[in-house]
Write a protein that binds this ligand. Structure first.
Ligand code: HEC
Ligand code: HEC
Ligand code: HEC
Length: 172
């Protein structure tokens, strides 16, 4: 539970590189008796694979390596859908290609969290734009709020573009 709460609030924490005690995080009521019962982020999160940004945890690594095992369903009949399919985006732009991994998302999320209200389930079927992402739409609905922040350009723009990456060998 502490871990899930920390994911939900990852946008609010730790720009300065350390975890805020719950009583100072502007989210919890410092006068509440529950404050003394909840595990502090510094205690809960310092044991997980470290990150330099967001709430200072590499969440996908924490999950893939078994550091955490969040419960995926409340009702046993709920079907868990995993999809291991990467989509490459921004094939024509100037920045490195964007690799969208379905697997890393469907480990946490249901298809219906994105399809179809955020993205049509069709490669190239959506008009994506960095401006809209920065305004908190599309990928920005989560990234910068509950997932790693948008300042981590190279985590999305992760595939080098051959030819552009190499500077010209001949000086002009
Ligand atoms: C959460 C993922 C994500 C992050 C983080 C991210 N981008 Fe993007 N970016 C995208 C997507 C998706 C597109 C649209 C791709 C398309 O048009 O198909 C895009 C498009 C762009 C484009 C326009 C296309 C181009 O290559 O000219 C630029 C410029 C850009 N991003 C720069 C940045 C910079 C700079 C950062 C860091 C400050 C950044 N992006 C961080 C996902 C991301
Ligand atoms: C975090 C958001 C997100 C989640 C969760 C998600 N998808 Fe997607 N999906 C996308 C994006 C983004 C695209 C690419 C859209 C584009 O290229 O315009 C995509 C594309 C697709 C496509 C098209 C692939 C193709 O070959 O054309 C299918 C099919 C799809 N998703 C199915 C699923 C299924 C099934 C699940 C659940 C197991 C799922 N998606 C979960 C965001 C998501
Ligand atoms: C519905 C919420 C949601 C949306 C929308 C979303 N993401 Fe994510 N994304 C997550 C979560 C949650 C994680 C895992 C936590 C983290 O890494 O911060 C994640 C992780 C990632 C990772 C890291 C994978 C790894 O192996 O570490 C990449 C890359 C990524 N997202 C790209 C994108 C791109 C590109 C888009 C838009 C096309 C997008 N995401 C849209 C929630 C979302």
């Amino acid at each position: 539970m502490a871990v899930l709460a920390a994911i939900l609030f990852s946008g609010n924490v730790a720009a300065a590189g350390s975890w805020q005690p719950l009583q100072n995080d502007d989210l919890h009521d410092p006068a509440s008796p529950a404050i003394g019962l909840l595990q502090q982020p510094a205690e809960a999160l310092s044991k997980l694979p470290p990150d330099t940004t967001g709430n200072l945890v590499r969440w996908v690594e924490a999950l893939e390596k078994g550091h955490i095992e969040p419960r995926s369903n409340i009702f046993p009949e709920t079907k868990i859908n995993l999809l291991d399919k990467d989509i490459l985006m921004n094939l024509k732009g100037g920045t490195p290609i964007v690799r969208f991994p379905h697997r890393a998302h469907t480990l946490w999320l249901d298809c219906a969290n994105c399809h179809d209200h955020l993205f049509k389930a069709q490669t190239g079927g959506n008009k994506l734009s960095m401006m809209q992402i920065l305004q908190g739409e599309q990928c920005g609905v989560c990234h910068g709020a509950v997932a790693f922040p948008l300042t981590e350009c190279n985590r999305c723009h992760s595939v080098p573009r051959p030819g552009i990456a190499k500077p010209s060998a001949t000086p002009r």
